[in-house]
Design a binder for this molecule. Structure first.
Ligand SMILES: [Zn+2]
Length: 458
């Protein structure tokens, strides 16, 4: 009973499953939290000792039933009922009760069939033992279709606000999809490095690419939809850094990201993917996967971390490093960032798979070259808003910058650990100035590096 085997167990209707975790005789619930989001709803139970739950799903109506041995029903657990919001996409209600002496039972009444991922997270940071229930829709939305829908709503809102006819990104996207389906499938990773080259106009005549010599192929940059992935750092269980006044990094970076989205949404032929647009946790691997799923042209991760000394100040921009970091500070920050999955809580078995799917390949060198160009453009604009922590783009092994085929930067807008910068970060006006600087930097990058048509190299 006490062996520590770990196995992946999926909830299937009618089957009783046990998570193979160390058995505890009695645990008290320290806290319960619910994080609803379009992507998935997470329920976290924080306990003072590990528990070994059993759970199963029941269809018609869909329910997830969880038994917690060694857990007594108490006020903290009952609080879960009140935490479910009416607009939760997946949970209609939660019922809690004492199933039998020493066993508390949770019944989640579900709005749709879910794929329940249940896993334990060992204590880390300020957290004690966590039991996590991630409820994903069984019918996951197609990432590109979801992006189209999000951008359509955004452009409708923008058009209504301006009362002027806007570019129709949906129509443009449909045209692009039709055009791309007529070409051969370019989604295979071997084409990734070629695809990146095809975006660099200075190299469009490269003799190394036999496709360039084909007649009829467009050589000049072609206007097409550009996709920018905006990645607000942290979220949900992972607050990021917390300032001396209590300001959370996850909140200020989301605010800056939303302002950047608004600016970019006004650009023609540009659509935006937000890796998160509300307060929920997204693993580092999932951030990269989301951007790759929609063939993003750029990836901009926004942060406002703490630093070892409260005096540290100013903005910095980082790109991936294949070996080593450009400074001790850069390495320290990358290590902090890369802890996000541990703090936020991922099922280690799933997380490993995601990281494996974005291993560095040969195209990474080209990715880093482009990322530096983007980083330099953004850093130049940030320097006009406030201090720069370092005059040049820095490098370190940030896991979130590892898409081998997407120029990717991580922007530390300011240090939330510096009381003066914390105050600025919480100020909407300063957030707007930072967003405007990011916007100008991105525009400047595209002005100097116009994207070429997709599929040229396939
Ligand atoms: Zn951060």
């Amino acid at each position: 009973m006490r062996e520590r085997r770990r196995r992946v167990l999926k909830a299937v209707p009618g089957a009783l499953l046990a998570l193979d975790l160390p058995l505890a005789w009695a645990s008290s619930i320290v806290a319960v939290r619910v994080w609803p989001a379009r992507a998935y709803t997470r329920v976290t139970l924080e306990l003072d000792a590990p528990v070994r739950p059993t759970y199963f799903t029941v269809p018609e109506p869909h329910r997830l039933v969880v038994d917690l041995p060694g857990v007594e029903l108490d006020a903290t657990l009952r609080d879960l009922v009140a935490q479910v919001r009416a607009d939760d996409p997946y949970i209609a209600a939660v019922r809690v009760g004492q199933n039998r002496p020493g066993v508390a039972r949770l019944v989640f009444d579900l709005k749709v069939a879910v794929d329940a991922q249940v896993f334990a997270v060992t204590p880390v940071g300020d957290y004690r033992h966590r039991l996590v229930f991630d409820l994903y829709p069984e019918q996951a939305p197609d990432p590109l279709a979801a992006l189209i829908e999000q951008n359509r709503l955004m452009s409708e809102q923008a058009a209504a606000a301006r009362s002027s006819p806007a570019q129709d990104p949906l129509a443009a996207l449909i045209r692009e999809r039709e055009a791309s389906s007529a070409r051969s499938d370019r989604s295979g990773s071997p084409a990734a490095s070629q695809d990146l080259r095809s975006r660099e106009p200075g190299r469009t005549d490269s003799p190394r690419d036999p496709n360039r010599t084909e007649p009829g192929r467009a050589r000049a940059p072609v206007r097409r939809m550009i996709t920018v992935a905006i990645d607000p750092g942290h979220g949900g269980e992972d607050p990021g850094a917390i300032g001396p006044m209590g300001t959370m990094e996850k909140d200020v970076v989301l605010a800056i990201a939303m302002r950047l989205r608004e600016r970019l949404a006004a650009e023609p032929n540009l659509r935006i993917l937000m890796t998160r647009d509300s307060d929920y946790f997204v693993s580092l691997g999932a951030r990269v996967s989301k951007a790759r799923a929609v063939s993003a042209d750029l990836f901009v991760s926004i942060h406002a971390d703490a630093f070892v000394t409260p005096q540290a100040r100013g903005s910095s921009v980082f790109v991936l490093s294949e070996r080593g970091a450009s400074s001790v500070g850069a390495r320290w920050l990358a290590n902090q960032e890369n802890r996000s999955d541990q703090i936020g809580g991922v099922d280690a078995r799933r997380g490993d798979r995601e990281v494996a799917s974005v291993l560095i390949d040969l195209s990474t060198t080209a990715q880093i070259q482009h990322s530096r160009k983007l980083g330099t453009a953004v850093l130049g604009e940030l320097g006009a808003v406030g201090d720069l922590h370092k005059a040049g783009v820095e490098q370190a092994g940030f896991a979130v910058l590892r898409a081998p085929d997407i120029p990717s930067i991580l922007v530390e807008t300011a240090f939330i650990s510096n009381p003066d910068e914390e105050r600025k970060l919480a100020d909407p006006e300063y957030q707007q100035r930072l967003a405007d600087a990011l916007h100008k930097g991105i525009r400047e990058y595209f002005r100097r590096n116009p994207p070429a048509a997709r599929g040229q190299a396939t």
